[in-house]
Structure formats: C-alpha cells, structure tokens
Write a protein that binds this ligand. Structure first.
Ligand code: HEM
Length: 228
C-alpha cells in the first residue's frame, strides 16, 4: 500500500471508510478525524509516564538540588550536542538549512536543559515537551535522531555528575536515577507528539491506524514464524 502521506486530503475520508470496511470496524470518517489533544488527555499521558518511570517527590527534590550544579554545564552540553549533530551529514544539513540556526538552537537547548532541573513537572511541562516535539516534526528531524541525542545527553549528565561528586557512587546513583526518569518522561512526551502530529497530518483516526498496524504486523509476524 502507498504511504498515506501521498494521498490527497480529499481522498483521505473515503479511504478511511474503505479501510474500515476491509478490516471490519465501524468507521464514520468525518467522526474519526481526531481533534487536537485536550489538556485532560495530555495530563493523563503525563501522569501515566510518571507512574511507569516511578517519578516521585524524591526525584523532584533531587532534580531541583541539581539545578545550580547543572546550570554550569549548559554551555558545554550545547557545544557537545551540536558538535555531535555536525558529525552526521543528514543532521548537519538540517542545522545548516537556516542561517543562524546553530546559534539559536544552542540557546534553546540550554533553556530546555535548565528546565529539566527547574522543578515544574506539571501540565505546562508536558505541553512544552509536546510543542518541542511539534517543532521537530515541522523541521523534519527524524525521531531516531532525537532519541539518540537523548542518549548523548544522559551520558553527558552522568559524566558531569561523576566529576561534580568525585565519583562517589552512593551520592551519584539516586541523582542519576532521577535524571534517567525525567529524560524518559521527556522522550515519551516528545515521541507521543511525533505520533500524534504524523497521524493528524493523514486525517486518519487513531483507532483505524492501530487496527491497520495490528493487521499488517500480525501478517508480517506470521510470515516470519513460517520462515523459521
Ligand atoms: C535530546 C534531543 C533534543 C532536544 C532536547 C532538542 C531540543 C530542542 C529545543 C528545545 C528546540 C526549540 C523548540 C522551540 O521552542 O522552538 C529545538 C528545535 C530544533 N531542533 Fe532540537 N532537540 C533535540 C534533538 C534534535 C536533533 C537530533 C536535531 C537534528 C538536527 C534537532 C534539530 C532541531 C531543529 C532544526 C529545531 C528547530 C529550529 C528552528 O526552528 O529553526 N534537534 N530542539
């Protein structure tokens, strides 16, 4: 099947309807175009990620305590970050696509980094992360690049903690765990934003897409099983 991106907007509803019949679910296309995510949905998503990562008051306190320390590492992180992105032709090309982008991205990255330790882990935090996700979708930055760079940021923070706390594992470990949790929450919000935006651009419903993916992946898995 063709990639949904290549269908004209007008044909999307008709297509959703046909697919709905094919996979035997009741789809009224006009009703199935998802409205923008509500604040309640965002809140639910955010709370779910907190529960699954085990993010608690102790983590908030750890991150807030790290704030003055980490502020001193922001500039260095930004240098590392964009040095790393410049090593890959595709990410380098994205950075260089607009004059002055590199300098402005360093400023926004440092602001994002400081916000990790600012202690405001509420709906505004979630909304901001989803907006940052949208900015990356608009700039056509593939998800895998963003996820890889989260790994890079985590390594950077661990090494900063090791030097700040003189390698004392007992002190570093709980702080490192809290950092891992907030980065996981961040990633989850960003990735959800990618998924929602890509889905919205097709005009398809979440139900339809998931059902289609289930059918398609199940077939693939069966074929893979048969090939054993
Ligand atoms: C840990 C992963 C990343 C984080 C936390 C991050 C953070 C940010 C932030 C905070 C912004 C500004 C959003 C705004 O308020 O407008 C931004 C924009 C942007 N980022 Fe990232 N980023 C990440 C990964 C990447 C990667 C891998 C690329 C690949 C080149 C990239 C390219 C961009 C671009 C092109 C923009 C938009 C700049 C513009 O509007 O001109 N980012 N990023």
């Amino acid at each position: 099947m063709k990639n949904p991106r290549f269908f004209k907007a007008g044909s999307v509803n008709k297509l959703s309807h046909c697919l709905g019949n094919l996979i035997n679910i009741d789809l009224q296309p006009s009703k199935n175009i998802r409205p923008m995510m509500t604040q309640t949905e965002k809140q639910k998503l955010f709370e779910e990620t907190k529960i699954l990562t085990g993010f608690c008051a102790e983590d908030e306190a750890n991150l807030i305590a790290l704030s003055p320390i980490m502020k001193q590492h922001g500039n260095r992180l930004a240098e590392f970050f964009y040095d790393r992105l410049n090593r890959l032709e595709t990410t380098k090309a994205i950075i260089e696509a607009k004059p002055g982008r590199s300098a402005s991205l360093k400023v926004t990255l440092i602001a994002w980094f400081n916000n990790l330790f600012a202690g405001n882990y509420d709906l505004n935090y979630a909304t901001n992360m989803m907006r940052i996700g949208q900015v990356h979708v608009a700039a056509q930055v593939d998800q895998r690049y963003v996820l890889s760079m989260y790994g890079m940021v985590f390594q950077f923070i661990i090494s900063a903690l090791e030097s700040e706390f003189d390698g004392k594992v007992a002190e570093i470990e709980p702080l490192q765990n809290s950092v891992a949790k907030i980065l996981s929450i961040d990633m989850a919000m960003m990735m959800e934003s990618y998924f929602v935006e890509l889905l919205d651009s097709t005009g398809w419903s979440m139900t339809l897409l998931k059902k289609m993916a289930t059918v398609s992946v199940s077939k693939k898995l069966k074929t893979a099983d048969n090939g054993k």
